[in-house]
Design a protein. Structure first.
Length: 207
């Protein structure tokens, strides 16, 4: 009876060991499977380095604005800190406004009011030279003598107060005159048309 009992116990221990080993291996596998899967990125979410689309369009740079009407009187308040626009309305209250002018058109520009300091106004080119003697005398008071009547040309780059050229200076932008260009094109076409031989006359001569 003892031998039989021992054999039975050995079998039970072997079976228990096998079961335990199987459970251990299964436990290892379960631990590996229990790790959470990495979440896949949602296609609907934008990538971190991609900026969301902005439906609002950026405003266009319209610094120079439209050209001032030909024949306009451009008036400034002469302040040592800068030219302050008075008229036309496009430049009112602006400091050293950019003047967009049409090439070949007539304008008047100057100042009547000031801060009591000595000022003048002159038109210069890109080399900082006065264009066609467009400059006034230096004085403490403005008026008709401080206005320049001129024809806009592509030489003109700035308007300046000589005593305060570091602060009282503004840009001049010149736009091409579309009407003048059209007239030139029409003249060229007429000249080219006169120079071309008449095809009908050549045909008559050949016959």
């Amino acid at each position: 009876m003892r031998d039989t009992t021992r054999a039975t116990r050995r079998k039970i221990l072997k079976i228990a060991g096998a079961v335990g080993a199987t459970a251990f291996v299964a436990g290892c596998n379960d631990n590996g499977n229990d790790e959470p899967d990495e979440e896949e990125p949602d296609d609907e979410d934008p990538a971190n380095d991609e900026e969301p689309a902005n439906d609002e369009e950026e405003p266009e740079d319209d610094e120079n604005g439209e050209a001032i009407e030909p024949g306009t009187r451009i008036e400034f308040d002469a302040q040592t800190s800068g030219w302050i626009g008075i008229e036309p309305e496009e430049i009112a209250d602006e400091e050293n406004p950019t003047l967009t002018l049409q090439e070949g058109e007539e304008y008047e520009m100057g100042w009547e009011e000031g801060d009591g300091q000595q000022h003048n106004i002159e038109i210069r080119d890109e080399d900082d030279e006065v264009v066609d003697d467009y400059e006034t005398e230096i004085t403490e008071e403005g008026g008709d003598d401080q206005f320049l009547e001129f024809e806009a040309s592509d030489e003109m780059a700035t308007y300046v107060c000589e005593p305060h050229e570091g602060t009282m200076i503004g840009d001049i932008e010149i736009e091409g005159n579309d009407e003048a260009e059209e007239d030139e094109d029409e003249e060229d076409e007429e000249e080219n048309g006169e120079d071309e031989p008449d095809e009908d006359e050549n045909d008559d001569e050949d016959e």
